[in-house]
Design a protein around this ligand. Structure first.
Ligand SMILES: C[S@@+](CC[C@H](N)C(=O)[O-])C[C@H]1O[C@@H](n2cnc3c(N)ncnc32)[C@H](O)[C@@H]1O
Length: 217
């Protein structure tokens, strides 16, 4: 009871209802728990810079993406550290041309594939799931929406941003970066990206850092 009162105190009644709804909606719909945080060890990952697994809240994802004017249906969505596929399942509503998920944990990517197969079967021909370290993932020329939900620590993020830059140098295009719980916001800015949406506090999830959208134009 004390814990619930604390949650209400921090968020207010309205956001508390949304907070609990966000926790159980995925669970009911896709059997993905938003409240269950798994350590790298629990998902079979030993990488020194891997962060915990946690599914994105649908409120946060939808709220941010709906504020951006962008031709989603002509775009390729890349989820760095796709976990069980919560973001890919949510992105499906925006009808992307293609979905790419990169994940270190074979256990989680198996779950992601299972979820897409079971709940969004139509996505399979347009989805490419890759097991491996995002730091070494070569960015394809069509990739233009890059999504991060605080998946890894700075050295990996830096390599990924370098790889995106390399791809942009080779195939110039307009891109968007969606960065939730943006621990290394300064690093993205150092790469010259411009903030087009800033949410310093996520009032429902209360992630430790804000949510941001960047572009290169
Ligand atoms: C916070 S979870 C985000 C899950 C999913 N993107 C979502 O929004 O629901 C971060 C994920 O990144 C994965 N990860 C950590 N380091 C990675 C790396 N170097 N390459 C690929 N995936 C990584 C973790 O295993 C974890 O599943």
């Amino acid at each position: 009871m004390k814990k619930i009162l604390q949650i209400i105190n921090r968020r207010g009644i309205f956001n508390t209802i949304r907070f609990f709804y966000a926790r159980y909606r995925f669970l009911l719909k896709y059997r993905i728990s938003v409240s269950k945080i798994l350590s790298p060890q629990e998902v079979g990952v030993t990488h020194p810079y891997a962060n915990n697994y946690e599914a994105i809240s649908h409120f946060s994802f939808n709220r941010i993406i709906r504020q951006i004017d962008w031709p989603w249906d002509e775009s390729t969505f890349v989820d760095f550290g796709c976990g069980k596929g919560a973001a890919i399942l949510l992105a499906e509503k925006f009808n992307f041309k293609r979905y790419i998920g990169i994940e270190l944990s074979p256990q989680l990517i198996g779950c992601c594939l299972g979820n897409i197969r079971q709940y969004k079967h139509d996505l399979l021909p347009r989805t490419n799931l890759v097991i491996g370290d995002a730091a070494f993932y070569k960015i394809s020329a069509d990739a233009n929406v890059f999504y991060f939900f605080n998946p890894f620590q700075r050295p990996v993020l830096e390599s990924v941003l370098q790889n995106i830059k390399k791809s942009l140098d080779e195939f110039p295009r307009k891109i968007i970066i969606l960065y939730f719980n943006a621990v290394d916001l300064d690093l993205v800015l150092d790469f010259g990206y411009r903030i087009i949406l800033e949410e310093k506090v996520d009032k429902i999830t209360l992630y430790g850092f804000g949510n941001y959208v960047f572009t290169n134009s």
